[in-house]
Design a binder for this molecule. Structure first.
Ligand code: ADP
Ligand code: MG
Length: 636
């Protein structure tokens, strides 16, 4: 029979460390939280080698008295709660009394502290959980904690550590979260002797600008609402600043960064219709509520919490954002190009963001034109249902000006035939009925397109033995993807060199990922180099995306790299990036196509090896045979 033993404290601490201390970023989080709990006005974080070698956190907080130092480093020793009831009134970031003991169990830790009233500082060194004798030391008021050789005695953990750059990315993110939650505290972060962040005390907006750039900060929509004791404040970004993942959703509860699926869902709901699927809003939101209304003791690093009345918070968030969006010029701005008939040019993000209002207007316009005309599109009466016929005026109103297909993807489609050269072509599915109307209403085209575009999404075309319904975006994406892949493999991607290299401000983790993946990016025609700090210099970018701002292209590529989290050297990443570029460069679901664009798209179909599926595996084309149709109509 196995014997049961009480585990010695050093083993207990190592187990606890496994939960709380995952990587250098976790150490920084715990130490800085302690500094904030100690009322620090300034916190300086210094690291070496992504924090693996050294993490030093120095604060000007209240300090710890010499006779309490040993206790501070003992497990389950805390000054922040007294009894279990206090768990429901936690007003500090820490309360479990485990962090210092856990860190000390897996590193060489020196804790030096000097309270305001003490003449001298005292210092305690703990190596792998074993404390050295307490010694007096010099130093200013406040606390300095040094953590060296993290996981030196836990090789298993060490193996999970990633490159310096990756660890630094996590660490910078941890500091950013704390700095966003506490903008009135002065933070600095230095790595390898280089100052990465110097964030002087300021307001929330200044902090966001300092961390993510003025452009994002200026476009923020302020949020403020109170429901009883529940206070929601902060800001959300304009839909033009959407991201492909939810990493830029900063949600804080009583000064603590949290992740909450339900609130993320509320956020997504609030933006529904303003963002394309797969895009996520950016937010910096602070929730304040009485500590008794939330249980923060459900997750070892307190990343997740349990609300007593989650439903109410969900509604408040959703309601506040919806009301705000309705009263902001967000929608109005989206409609400007529609109302004036003007274009919004190459701003794909804005176009994406406004897809839904545009669509709504289109639906409205359709109703204004009367049901008889707009609802018999798929029927036989092409004379009245032509997409370029009598409805042309309504379409002009609705139209978002697009660059022609040729311009949209550069040289890949540049070789396509001009409409004129196709005039003599036979097999035109919709015949002369459309042509007559076209002449009268559509200056663009001398001849009808070879397919009918419906709902600005699908192309319907006649084939020898039936008809096909084509998803315009999926097909174009496939064609571009294949063409691009071919070029990448041949090392012949067209890249557009910028006359003046463009500096792009990024988050530290993004800049690190961009530089780390320089080779992969170069294969795609995107050339970057470091410009100091978090700024990356773009000297060339893919010609295929010439209509998008280079900075946006780079950010999307990097986001993809970060989202995938895959090894940069693997072929998969490259493939994912190809998908992304193809997707960005392709015509969108909802884009009105000119007859020439429709023709070009159908023509290029033959060039793709697999034009039946988009790069994500969805079908591009549905086929209905004549026999199927006859059967459905009970003719056979
Ligand atoms: P917790 O933060 O959950 O209380 P920790 O192990 O992180 O547990 O810290 C233990 C105790 O050490 C804290 O309760 C606090 O009293 C003291 N302490 C830790 N860091 C600091 C600091 N930077 N300044 C002042 N006191 C500190
Ligand atoms: Mg703590």
């Amino acid at each position: 029979m196995p014997t049961i033993r009480q585990l010695p404290p050093n083993v207990v601490n190592k187990i606890a460390a496994g939960e709380v201390i995952e990587r250098p970023a976790s150490v920084v989080k715990e130490l800085v939280e302690n500094s904030l709990d100690a009322g620090a006005r300034r916190v300086d974080v210094t690291v070496e080698q992504g924090g693996i070698e050294l993490i030093r956190v120095v604060d000007d907080g209240c300090g710890v008295a010499a006779e309490q130092l040993e206790l501070a480093l003992a497990s389950h020793a805390t000054s922040k709660i007294l009894d279990a009831d206090d768990l429901f009134r936690v007003g500090t970031l820490g309360f479990r009394g485990e962090a210092l003991a856990s860190i000390a169990a897996v590193s060489r830790l020196v804790f030096r502290s000097r309270p305001a009233e003490a003449d001298l500082a005292a210092e305690l060194e703990v190596v792998g959980g074993r404390a050295e004798p307490l010694r007096p030391a010099g130093g200013p008021h406040g606390t300095a904690v040094e953590v060296r050789n993290l996981f030196f005695n836990t090789p298993v953990r060490q193996k999970f550590l990633r490159t310096t750059q990756t660890e630094m990315g996590h660490l910078t993110e941890a500091v950013s979260r704390l700095a966003l939650a506490h903008p009135h505290v002065h933070f600095t972060l230095s790595h390898g002797g280089r100052l990465i962040h110097d964030l002087p005390p300021g307001d929330a907006g200044q902090r966001i600008a300092a961390l993510f750039g003025a452009e994002l900060a200026e476009g923020l929509i302020p949020i403020d609402s109170v429901d009883g004791e529940l206070h929601l404040s902060g800001a959300v970004a304009n839909p033009t600043h959407s991201r492909p993942n939810n990493r830029m959703q900063y949600l804080f509860l009583n000064g603590r960064f949290i992740r909450d699926r339900s609130l993320q869902h509320a956020l997504g709901e609030a933006y529904r219709g303003l963002l394309l699927t797969g895009r996520f809003p950016v937010c910096f939101l602070h929730l304040r509520m009485p500590p008794a209304d939330v249980d923060v003791n459900v997750h070892p690093t307190k990343l997740e919490v349990r609300f007593q009345d989650g439903g109410r918070i969900y509604s408040q968030l959703l309601g506040t954002l919806r009301t705000k969006f309705l009263s902001t010029d967000l929608i109005a701005r989206a409609q400007v190009p529609i109302a004036t008939g003007g274009g919004i040019g190459g701003d794909e993000e804005l176009r994406a963001a406004t897809a839904s209002p545009t669509q709504d207007l289109w639906e409205w316009a359709k109703r204004q034109l009367g049901p008889a005309r707009s609802e018999d599109v798929p029927g036989g009466a092409f004379a009245s249902a032509s997409p370029f016929g009598e409805r042309a005026d309504a379409l002009q109103l609705h139209r978002v000006d697009l660059p022609p297909l040729v311009g949209r993807n550069g040289s890949i489609t540049a070789g396509r035939a001009t409409p004129d050269s196709q005039t003599a072509e036979t097999g035109d599915p919709f015949g002369s009925a459309i042509a007559r109307l076209d002449d009268a209403h559509n200056a663009h085209s001398a001849r009808p397109p070879r397919a009918l575009q419906i709902h600005n999404r699908y192309l319907v075309t006649e084939t020898e033995d039936g008809l096909e319904v084509i998803d315009q975006h999926a097909l174009h994406e496939r064609i571009l993807y294949e063409a691009l892949r071919e070029r990448v493999l041949a090392g012949a991607v067209e890249s557009q060199r910028l006359l003046v290299p463009e500096p792009i401000d990024m988050a530290a983790s993004e800049a690190a990922a961009a530089l780390q993946n320089r080779d992969v990016l170069a294969q795609l025609g995107m050339e970057v180099e470091s410009f100091g700090g978090e700024t990356v210099l773009i000297s060339a970018y893919p010609a295929m995306l010439a209509n998008l701002p280079p900075g946006e292209v780079l950010r999307s590529l990097v986001e993809q790299l970060l989202t995938e989290g895959k090894r940069p050297e693997s072929r998969d990443v490259l493939d994912e990036l190809l998908h992304m570029i193809a997707c960005k460069a392709a015509v969108k679901y909802g884009d009105r196509l000119t007859p020439q664009e429709i023709d070009a798209l159908l023509e290029q179909r033959g060039l793709a090896q697999d034009h039946h599926h988009c790069p994500h595996g969805r079908p591009t084309t549905l086929v209905f045979t004549r026999e199927q149709l006859d059967r459905q109509f009970k003719r056979i």
